[in-house]
Design a protein around this ligand. Structure first.
Ligand SMILES: *Cc1c(COP(=O)(O)O)cnc(C)c1O
Length: 405
């Protein structure tokens, strides 16, 4: 491999985000390929025994085994770190592998983790079921209430874990407040930034220590592969995450890394265009949903309880919002009437997709937990894609009408 400017931080850190998204992390083989090479290899060979010994001793840089390093994966990790403004990044096989690694790599028996009540179903499962099995105490709170973060701190609190905006309630966390509070108490903040990606929100600018991703969502953005990523300081990644990751092996496959690489080249364009379409659709629906007695949960509309905060934290509203109608029957009737928008529980995709969280992404939780989290029976969540916004609006218009909204 030839070191290119894409792998030289003294050069790439000065590049603007659009340049980093296209060229950051590029590392070329002797063939000089323009597109990043796909190294589908699990192992590596060495010229002599001394070389492999030096690599295993950490005295010489280079690949030894793809659970430890892979060139295609390394290129992606460098690009994500640059876009995030992080010192380092490591990728995982899925968003949940990333969240699990980000938490388990640093928490031990007797530690305490404070987490947002409103969260992706599997993230709540980690907090409610997995961590307690290892003797880690957890508290879930209303993440949109700054005082609740203060009140939940105990002497053994080690991690704050939240999403902003949250899936699927679109709760916004005051990142500046919560991260400062964490720092003052020596607590590490882990932010799940899946709803935004670094193209729309960079939590480290507000003091977050660790940013974790489902790269399945906006980063791939075309509904192809599962992927995850964890960003942090060199110290956190090398000394805390890597010992866990290298020995437990939740690694991202080189092929999937390559696909995400292609996604990142267009991430910013897609994230902004999808946000623009989501804003148009939200504006079209808002009055009608309100008149029908429903609620819009849309961070780009002034009716959102933390609209002003969302404006300061996010560059655009993102492609995802939720709304609440009369109940499960009406929500399902809207889904069944759709002609263009697909019924699908994925998000961040370039296609418009809609789902009913209570019977899909959050079906694994008890009805009580769903109620407390605000995942109501009448809630629908939509990811607005790259289609012409007017076609999406027309489809929503006819689906609402046919369900009596
Ligand atoms: C989808 C999602 C995850 C899980 O990611 P996978 O890639 O599906 O494992 C975690 N957090 C949030 C907020 C998500 O939307």
């Amino acid at each position: 491999m030839k070191k290119t400017t894409g792998m030289d931080r003294s050069v790439t850190q000065k590049w603007r985000p659009a340049t980093q998204a296209v060229r950051g992390g590029t590392w070329r083989s002797e063939h000089g390929e323009t597109s990043e090479a796909l190294f589908l290899t699990s192992g590596y060979t060495y010229d002599d025994a001394a070389t492999v010994a030096a690599r295993f001793a950490g005295e010489e840089q280079g690949m030894t085994y793809s659970r430890l390093q892979n060139p295609t994966v390394a290129m992606l990790e460098e690009r994500i770190a640059l876009m995030e403004g992080a010192e380092a990044c490591r990728t995982q096989a899925s968003g949940m592998a990333a969240m699990t690694a980000a938490l388990l790599c640093q928490l031990s028996v007797g530690d305490h983790c404070v987490a947002a009540r409103a969260a992706f179903g599997s993230c709540r499962w980690l907090v409610d079921h997995l961590l307690p099995r290892f003797g880690i105490e957890t508290t879930v709170i209303d993440s949109a209430d700054n005082q609740e973060w203060d009140k939940a701190i105990r002497p053994n609190t080690k991690v704050f874990f939240f999403e902003s905006p949250a899936n699927p309630t679109l709760d916004i966390v005051d990142m500046d407040y919560v991260c400062k509070l964490a720092t003052a108490h020596g607590i590490t903040t882990v932010v799940d930034n899946a709803f935004c990606s670094p193209a729309l929100q960079r939590p480290m600018e507000f003091g977050a220590d660790v940013v974790a991703y489902s790269a399945t969502k906006l980063m791939d953005g075309q509904g192809r592969v599962l992927a995850g990523a964890v960003c942090g300081t060199e110290e956190f990644i090398n000394e805390t995450l890597l010992p866990f990751q290298r020995n437990t092996g939740p690694n991202l496959a080189p092929f999937n890394a390559w696909v995400v690489h292609k996604g990142l080249e267009t991430l910013s364009l897609r994230a902004h265009k999808q946000s623009e379409n989501a804003l148009k659709l939200g504006q079209f629906m808002e009055e009608r949903i309100a008149k029908a007695g429903g609620t819009m949960l849309h961070p780009g509309l002034p009716s959102h309880p933390r609209y002003d905060l969302a404006q300061t934290q996010m560059d655009a509203c993102g492609p995802i919002f939720s709304f609440v109608v009369r109940g499960r029957k009406q929500a399902h009737a809207i889904l069944d009437a759709l002609q263009l928008i697909d019924i699908s529980n994925n998000i961040g995709d370039s296609r418009s997709l809609m789902c009913h969280p209570a019977s899909t992404t959050h079906a694994g939780m008890s009805e009580d937990d769903r109620q407390q989290m605000g995942v109501l029976e009448g809630m629908l969540r939509i990811n607005v894609g790259l289609e012409d916004a007017d076609d999406v609006i027309e489809d929503m218009d006819q689906a609402l009408a046919s369900a009596g909204v």
